[in-house]
Structure formats: C-alpha cells, structure tokens
Design a protein around this ligand. Structure first.
Ligand code: PGA
Length: 249
C-alpha cells in the first residue's frame, strides 16, 4: 500500500524523511543493533543527504552503527570515476559522517562476472539482516533503481540495459550522451519489495505523470515503480508539483 505524503516544499519533505531515518538509526543503536539503510543516487536525494550530514554535525547523529546498500552502479565505471555512484555517495554522504567504510556497499561496476557479483550482493543484504528502510527516486521511465521497463517483482540484483530516455536524462551529468554507460547493475524490483520500509522521493512537475502512473495504475512491468503498490509499508514523499496529477482523495 502506498501512503502519499505531500509536503509544502521539498525542504519540508527532506526534513521529515531525515528525522524518520535518524529515529530509525537511534532506535536500532539503543537496541544494540545496526540500522540497514538502502540508498539512492541522482539529483533527488541530494538535499536528504545534506540534511543527514547536518544532523550528524549539529545534532550528534552517529552513523557508527549504520550499514548501507546502494541500489545501483553504472557498468564500466570504477569508484574513482566522478560519475560513478560510489563517488557520488562518498561526496554527498559517506565522507562527511562517521560510517565505517566497510559498512557501505555499492554494486561494483567493474566486476568481471556481473552475475556472480550480483548474487554476492543479494547474499550480503541477507547477511546484514535485510534492509530496514530503502530510499528511492523515480525515473521518468518508471524505473526504481535502474529497473527499466519491463521489470517485475521476480527481478533481483543483475546487470541491465539502460533505457535511452534514462541515458538522455543523465547526459547532462556526463557532458555528452555518448559518455553515458549503456549498462548498469541494479537491485531488482523484488530486492526492493523485500525491504521492510520503502520511501520514494519525487520533486517537481517533471515527475508528476510518472508518480501518478506508479501510484494509481494497475501494477505492471511497464512501470516498475507501480509494483510498490504491493509493498506493505511504502511512502511516496512528494512536493506539490510532483503530486499535481494524482487523483483527488
Ligand atoms: P533524479 O533520478 O533523482 O536525478 O531525477 C531519479 C531516478 O532516475 O531514479
């Protein structure tokens, strides 16, 4: 079931989600357990990571008992490439908080055997006890992670082909579409559905159509995000522009 949470603006949305994550981290730490977070990249979660860094610096939020798993990585890009998602996570979050480096996981875009590395990634998630809370963005194709349509609940971590619309949407970051990789490694829709909680963030009018399809259309592999309707605890956290096409309720 999707709970829609429309905030007055994205700053208010991000403050609420960061407070939720901070509560989870502190609850787990009090119980002597690690919090396992699933993390996303792209422009959408950047202000969320800035707020988590602020909570660390100004309000003593510690990440020592946090383990993270990122959704995806471009195939062919190593951790030193400035468009790799490992690089992104280091710059946006990991370098600024006290998380143990060995507790941060991002799929390896250079793995010589992507199928074996993907299976190992799934095993690592299970060994950590599963993901407590997965942060998601949504692509205009309806992708979550890099699960381009068609993709459904049976999909697990694997190498995928990127949709041309996704490559175009990301071309600005690379300076030239020819430099955008054609493949990526991503958790599957099924991997995401196994997370105990899911929080999908979307801002701006460019996301309004796909947010409506994901939240309201019958779930189908043509819009992988629509499978989140089958998740027992999924929030869509939106600003008014991203929520603009939802049916009145
Ligand atoms: P964006 O990408 O945050 O850069 O809009 C979201 C996504 O593709 O999942």
């Amino acid at each position: 079931m999707i709970r829609l949470r429309v905030h007055p603006d994205r700053a208010a949305a991000v403050t609420a989600v960061a407070a939720d994550i901070a509560g989870l981290i502190r609850d787990r730490a009090r119980a002597g357990r690690r919090a396992v977070l699933g993390l996303a990249t792209g422009s959408t979660p950047i202000p969320l990571y800035a707020e988590l860094v602020r909570l660390h610096r100004e309000e003593g939020l510690s990440f020592r008992h946090v383990t993270t798993f990122n959704l995806d990585e471009y195939s062919g890009l190593g951790p030193g490439h400035d468009q790799s998602y490992r690089w992104f996570m280091q710059r946006q979050l990991f370098d600024h908080v006290d998380i143990p480096p060995a507790e941060t996981h991002v799929p390896d875009g250079l793995a010589p055997d992507p199928a074996a590395a993907s299976a190992a990634y799934e095993r690592a998630i299970l060994a950590a006890g599963g993901i407590d809370l997965q942060v998601l963005g949504i692509g205009r194709t309806g992708h979550i992670g890099f699960n381009e349509p068609p993709a459904g609940p049976a999909t697990r971590t694997r190498q995928v082909h990127l949709d041309e619309l996704t490559r175009r949407d990301n071309a600005a970051f690379f300076g030239d579409i020819a430099k955008v990789p054609r493949h990526a490694v991503t958790m599957g829709v099924g991997t995401i559905l196994d997370c105990r909680r899911v929080v999908l963030l979307a801002w701006g009018e460019g996301k309004a159509d796909i947010v409506r399809r994901a939240a309201e259309d019958t779930p189908s592999d043509d819009c992988p995000a629509s499978w989140l309707q089958r998740h027992p605890a999924c929030d869509f956290v939106l600003d008014p522009a991203a929520a603009a096409k939802l049916s009145p309720r």
